[in-house]
Design a protein. Structure first.
Length: 266
């Protein structure tokens, strides 16, 4: 069948009315679909995004206090890190490429392409998006992903010797639980942006930002800029006062209470 016959005769941007209550969410969805059509996001990435949308409903589609707390800890952790790395997959590149590059610059972090479904085309396509967003150097592409994370199999274990392998702090988003666990077992501190507080990634990470990555990244950048002038002792204090388990607990209780309230308002 000729694929062009199926191509959309319209652009979603043209057909969503300005006042559509779900406009933002539909436009973001469209970004992910376009990235899939270009081979940057895999079909499984659409499913992961849908799971994220569902949790966004549950937290009220706003950055909540538990995410603000985690964002503060994450900013402090990135500023104190000796060798921070931002791990990037297809969904992240499609949604927040500019923010990734900005955050990397502010925190002196390396950027590494790290894929669950790895192939040369995707590696390059994601690196390309990051370079277009002005990244200076993107690791984890081709031969550069030459080392392995113990306890993971095949393509999922490949990392760059100058990136994740060497990192003391890794920031990741929309990540699979096995890989997060493997990084923590390697002694790395992991900052996860995952809107599902029940995922294995959320439960395993050192700092979990339970929020939509679209909202969390600009806030994290803002916090890093605000904290940049703080002395290390103050940043260390912020970190030592931070308790990820209690933040996760707060997010789950928040969802439960919100649902109970909603059920009474029917
Ligand atoms: P785990 O293996 O950690 O238990 P999982 O099987 O859900 O989790 P994936 O589907 O690989 O893992 O990862 C996707 C995760 O990212 C999900 O927890 C999903 O809720 C979350 N997610 C999806 N979209 C977003 C988004 N826009 N912002 C933040 N998190 C998101």
């Amino acid at each position: 069948m000729d694929k062009t016959q199926n191509s959309k005769p319209w652009s979603i941007r043209e057909i969503i009315p300005e006042n559509h209550p779900r406009k933002e969410s539909l436009l973001i969805r469209e970004k992910i679909v376009e990235a899939m059509e270009k081979g940057v996001v895999v079909p499984q990435g659409l499913i992961a995004h849908g799971r994220g949308e569902c949790f966004d409903y549950l937290i009220g589609e706003k950055t909540q206090f538990f995410a603000e707390k985690a964002i503060e800890a994450a900013a402090a952790m990135l500023l104190l890190a000796k060798y921070p790395v931002i791990s990037v997959n297809g969904n992240m590149a499609a949604l927040v490429a500019d923010d990734i590059v900005k955050l990397a610059e502010l925190t002196n972090s390396k950027i590494e392409v790290n894929l669950f479904y790895r192939n040369e085309y995707r590696e390059k396509a994601i690196a390309e998006i990051l370079y277009r967003a002005n990244a200076k150097n993107v690791l984890g592409v081709g031969e550069d992903a030459s080392l392995t994370i113990p306890e993971l199999f095949s393509q999922r274990r490949k990392v760059s010797p100058n990136g994740i392998y060497k990192a003391d702090v890794v920031l990741l988003g929309l990540e699979d639980g096995d890989r997060t666990e493997a990084l923590v077992k390697m002694g790395k501190k992991v900052i996860a942006i995952d809107i599902n507080p029940l995922s294995r990634t959320s439960m395993t990470a050192t700092v979990t930002i339970v929020d939509n990555i679209i909202r969390a990244m600009p806030r994290l950048i803002q916090k890093v800029m605000e904290f940049k002038s703080k002395p290390n002792e103050e940043l260390m204090k912020i970190l030592s006062n931070y308790d990820n388990k209690s933040v996760l607990r707060e997010s789950i209780v928040f969802i439960a209470n919100r649902l109970t309230q909603l059920s009474f308002s029917l």
